[in-house]
Ligand binder design. Structure first.
Ligand code: TRP
Length: 451
């Protein structure tokens, strides 16, 4: 990064894209995508998800990048700069709220990856498939260990963020992520050779159109936003660090492509195994953590694969949680003028309190439900299915209707030399102006039963 006008910037185009991908690729792809697909009918969910990535995800990602780079400011400042004396900055507060909720439940799952890393390293995972379910069940319902891991994961975040060594982590992960990609491909081959493979693939790739209802649409839309880190200003903030020569449209498309590929690979790994080992695809948030160990213990050299994979997953999670934490840290330091250390402490301490509630949601708080959901499920549902789409809708309305059109075009048109590229730009603007706000609005209204 170099400093220009006192603000940090990425030096290279690769650095910019790698950081955006680092934020996007995480538990959302490997843990959340398979479990959401499993509970919402497999192929039907996958189809809707890819559709939303194309018509909503890529345009909103372009808009976040463009707003960020045009203003070179945090989310709240960015709206203030582009639309002074309006209430648009309020969109920034949705981002702060959602980022804390997500950080809280995300840390619980990241804690599970740490537990699995350790237990696969010391060889304490059960050696047969039959005992895996009860092993995991007693772990998450046991309160103490999940709680401790959640706090440990957040403490690691605190250390990284308060020392400002995020860039170090990102460097490490830029080397490790390609490795993760290779591992995923190896696991895909392994899963494709399992006896139940064709059944699993059919579940994921053969859509049963009767499964497409308002819940599937809402969840697939939420997953598209979650997976691309959209709707709370993460990508907007990253866009503000992009050099002027970065081609925003192309970066958005590359990020979306890589992110979606990782999710699909995760699906190809999980579902054949789900059918081969008789696990229910509807298991919910625990699905992947019941399936992966079953894959590893039945795989030649499983002793090596398992700790390696869980370590890489932990790294992928931390590059994502860093991007989430930045939202409230930027708000606390730039708007409320706290020191970076204080801002980091407040953010992580809040997430520790809320994260503890989420960690206990599988144990002693499992009976404590609000609107029929445990604290963990409530945070996940509320942030991913409501706050992120609302944030994405505001960003698209802002880019399509409020932001100076010439400025938006200038940001996005570094790629367009006329012809095909100019048509792409026109399409992105059309999607932002009409399709995204209307589609998101209708799905949200439908989900609350208004239409
Ligand atoms: N996209 C990340 C993942 O898939 C999670 C994430 C990071 C996120 N930053 C975000 C989700 C901002 C929503 C909003 O794991």
């Amino acid at each position: 990064m170099t400093s220009q006008n006192n603000r940090a910037q990425f030096v290279t185009r690769m650095g910019a894209i790698a950081t955006a991908v680092g934020s996007a690729v995480g538990l959302g792809n490997i843990w959340r995508f398979p479990y959401e697909a499993g509970t919402h009918g497999g192929g039907a969910f996958m189809l809707c998800y890819i559709f939303f990535i194309i018509i909503l995800g890529i345009p909103v990602l372009c808009a976040e990048f463009a707003i960020g780079r045009a203003t070179r400011a945090n989310e709240i400042k960015a709206f203030e700069k582009l639309a002074p004396k309006t209430k648009w900055y309020f969109a920034g507060y949705i981002g702060v709220l959602a980022s804390i909720l997500i950080l809280s439940f995300y840390s619980v799952v990241a804690g599970w990856t740490m537990e699995f890393f350790l237990s696969s390293l010391i060889g304490s995972l059960p050696a047969d498939t039959a005992h895996l379910h009860s092993h995991f069940d007693s772990f998450i319902s046991g309160d103490t260990r999940p709680l401790i891991w959640t706090l440990v994961f957040l403490a690691v975040n605190f250390i990284v963020l308060s020392r400002g060594v995020e860039k170090g982590i990102e460097k490490v992960s830029n080397i490790m992520m390609p490795m993760m990609f290779v591992l995923l491909i190896v696991f895909c081959f392994n899963s494709l050779l399992l006896p139940g493979a064709s059944e699993g693939l059919a579940f994921l790739f053969r859509p049963d159109f009767s499964m497409i209802d308002s819940r599937t649409l809402l969840s697939a839309m939420g997953q598209a936003f979650f997976s691309l880190s959209l709707g709370l200003g993460c990508m907007l903030t990253y866009g503000s660090y992009f050099p002027d020569k970065t081609k925003l449209g192309r970066s958005a498309a590359t990020t979306a492509l890589l992110d979606t590929t990782v999710a699909i690979l995760a699906g190809i790994i999980i579902f054949p195994a789900v059918f081969a080992y008789g696990i229910s695809p509807q298991a919910g948030p625990t699905l992947v953590f019941e399936t992966l160990p079953a894959i590893f213990i039945n795989m030649p050299g499983g002793i090596v694969w398992a700790p390696l994979f869980f370590f890489l997953l932990f790294l992928a999670s931390i590059t994502s949680t860093i991007s989430m934490s930045e939202i409230s840290i930027a708000w606390l330091t730039e708007e409320l003028k706290l020191s970076r250390k204080k801002a980091t402490s407040v953010t992580i301490a809040t997430a520790m309190v809320l994260g503890s509630l989420c960690a206990l949601s599988f144990g002693s708080l499992s009976g404590f439900k609000i609107a029929g959901l445990t604290v963990f499920d409530l945070f996940d549902y509320l942030s991913s299915n409501i706050l992120l789409p609302v944030g994405g809708m505001l960003v698209s309305i802002f880019a399509g209707w409020v932001m100076d059109r010439k400025l938006l075009r200038r940001q996005l048109s570094s790629d367009s030399g006329g012809g095909k590229k100019a048509r792409m730009l026109g399409l992105v603007i059309f999607l932002l102006k009409w399709v995204a706000p209307i589609a998101i609005g209708l799905i949200l209204l439908d989900s609350v039963g208004v239409i």
